[in-house]
Write a protein that binds this ligand. Structure first.
Ligand code: ADP
Ligand code: MG
Length: 515
């Protein structure tokens, strides 16, 4: 439960004089904060035992018993309870309550005393507790700070530095930082923030560094592969319609949607011709949104071990939820789910599709899924129904304008000598049917020649020759490409933003035809 719920529930337990309370949390200080407030609110004496201070009054911080051992603290508690009603003792460092041992037996005696005298013994621990004692009490769990609490943690960490170092953060950055830091403990979050501010400034770019720190914490996430991206090297040319749509989703990804009862965006399915920028777009989204990118390899999850796939997939989704906000990239989703509906794999694929759809529907975490597919005919139709993904885009072979953008992009990147304007428009025209990857490889051929023979040999003629030498996929497997295009034109929104018939950019991505 979150801090507010924890506060309310623990308050009730204290008032009800529950004799034994196990508080599940790794965050001792945060639990004690709440207990300290409760001590004032309901005006009851509460004593806290720790190995460093012995037993102290929680708010007066007066040491009442010097004995620092757990047994010593417990003996003191039992003795005090025999003299006064309604005392509460909190133990913060008990290591072995898991089974029938000496310490556990001692606690058992303490709880018996508490029952008789309206006392209460609390233990803050993340370890299991011996059944025999647990049955006499109740357990309560404090989760790591949620976004609202983390927002306060961020603000309180930054406040003391205002005026002493340059700080570019305002409310929106506090909110983003809170989202990134969620699922960390309060202390971890404070440490990360302090480390970042120790360099003497706090800039908007530091939000990226926060993500990095979080990645480290979640670095061995199961079933997911962290994909390293270098934001500055990633550029997508064309695909304007999709990019416009993504800009809107980005706003939704960071906005506080709870009041409106909206769920965060779930993601997008990109289908289309191989080599036209689907995988590239997945990386581009993560890079431009400043979010970590995790790749889920369904084929490897399906693995050799029959019956384990579902468990592993569940772990992967839980990990993605924990790593949120993030982008979850499922590349060539049709390969991982091939066989769904069939009987070849004992129904594993079908169950995985079901599990995937369930998670997509139910998860409320900010995990933006980017799934890509080349061959739509192999995709289970459930995946294409409305409401699964927020949008399905068709990534087609680039049109004339897009080819010009892609060619220019790679010429700028790879070459010192651009072609003449006439030559450029000639290669743009003659490269009809080329994919983005084909265009890139033609430019790369020119660049390789430039490296080998020197830049002076780069000429219009060389450009034209290198472009003529490339044989695009649309020439080598025309039927395959045509089948993909026929499906996409009919069923999905054009990622280019150019509607199929007119060839003109439309205001908005075109209308989707219901499937
Ligand atoms: N629209 C584009 N803008 C820039 N580069 C592109 C574009 N489309 C394809 N490319 C180049 O082709 C390569 C292969 O594209 P990729 O995204 O892997 O294709 P696929 O659609 O098959 O996933 C990319 O890494 C990139 O270098
Ligand atoms: Mg790809």
């Amino acid at each position: 439960m979150n801090k507010t719920e924890f506060h309310t529930t623990l308050s009730r337990m204290f008032r009800a004089r529950i004799p034994f309370i196990v508080i599940n949390s790794m965050e001792r200080a945060r639990v004690l904060d709440t207990i300290s407030v409760l001590a004032d609110e309901i005006v009851i004496p509460i004593y806290v035992h720790s190995l460093s201070h012995g037993t102290q009054d929680i708010n007066a911080k007066r040491t009442l018993n010097e004995d620092k051992s757990v047994i010593g603290g417990l003996d003191y508690g039992i003795q005090q309870m025999s003299q006064r009603q309604n005392l509460t003792f909190v133990f913060t460092e008990v290591s072995d309550l898991g089974d029938d041992n000496m310490v556990a037996r001692h606690f058992y005696d303490g709880v018996i005393q508490a029952i008789e005298r309206g006392g209460s013994i609390c233990v803050i621990t993340n370890n299991p507790v011996w059944q025999q004692i647990q049955r006499m009490g109740m357990a309560i769990k404090l989760d790591t700070p949620d976004e609202d609490e983390m927002f306060e943690v961020v603000r309180e960490s930054v406040m003391p530095y205002l005026g002493s170092i340059p700080i570019e953060w305002g409310e929106p950055e506090y909110r983003s930082a809170a989202q990134i830091l969620s699922n960390m403990s309060k202390v971890e979050a404070e440490n990360v923030l302090a480390t970042i501010m120790a360099k003497g400034t706090l800039t908007v770019e530091d939000l990226g560094e926060l993500s990095m720190h979080k990645d480290k914490l979640f670095s061995d996430i199961s079933g997911l592969e962290k994909v390293k991206i270098e934001p500055n090297t990633l550029t997508v040319a064309g695909l304007e319609g999709m990019r416009k749509w993504l800009d809107e989703q980005r706003v939704l990804m960071t906005a506080d949607l709870r009041e409106r009862k909206l769920r965060p965006p779930r993601g997008v399915l990109l289908v289309g011709v191989p080599g036209c920028g689907k995988s590239l777009s997945a990386k581009f989204i993560a890079a431009s949104w400043n979010l970590p990118l995790y790749r889920l390899d369904l084929a490897s999850i399906q693995g050799q071990y029959l019956g384990q796939s579902e468990g592993r997939l569940k772990d992967a989704f839980t990990s993605a939820d924990n790593a949120s906000p993030c982008v979850l990239w499922i590349d060539e989703v049709e390969k991982g789910l091939a066989g769904a509906g069939g009987s070849g794999d004992g129904g594993t694929s079908t169950r995985m599709v079901g599990q995937f759809l369930f998670w997509l529907q139910e998860s409320r975490y900010r995990v933006f899924v980017v799934a890509t597919a080349n061959d739509v005919s192999k995709l289970p139709p459930e995946l294409l129904r409305r409401g699964r993904f927020d949008e399905i885009f068709f990534v087609d072979l680039p049109g004339e304008e897009e080819r010009k953008d892609i060619i220019s992009l790679y010429i700028n990147k790879n070459l010192l000598t651009p072609p003449s304007m006439e030559c450029l428009s000639q290669i743009v025209k003659s490269s009809d049917g080329f994919s983005g990857a084909d265009l890139e490889s033609a430019v790369r051929d020119v660049a390789i020649k430039a490296v080998i023979h020197g830049d002076s040999i780069v000429s219009d003629e060389l450009y034209i020759r290198c472009f003529t030498n490339v044989i695009p996929l649309s020439k080598t497997s025309p039927e395959r490409i045509e089948a993909i295009r026929a499906w996409g034109r009919e069923r999905a929104v054009m990622a280019s933003g150019v509607s199929w018939n007119s060839g003109n950019p439309t205001e908005k991505p075109g209308k989707r035809i219901l499937i």
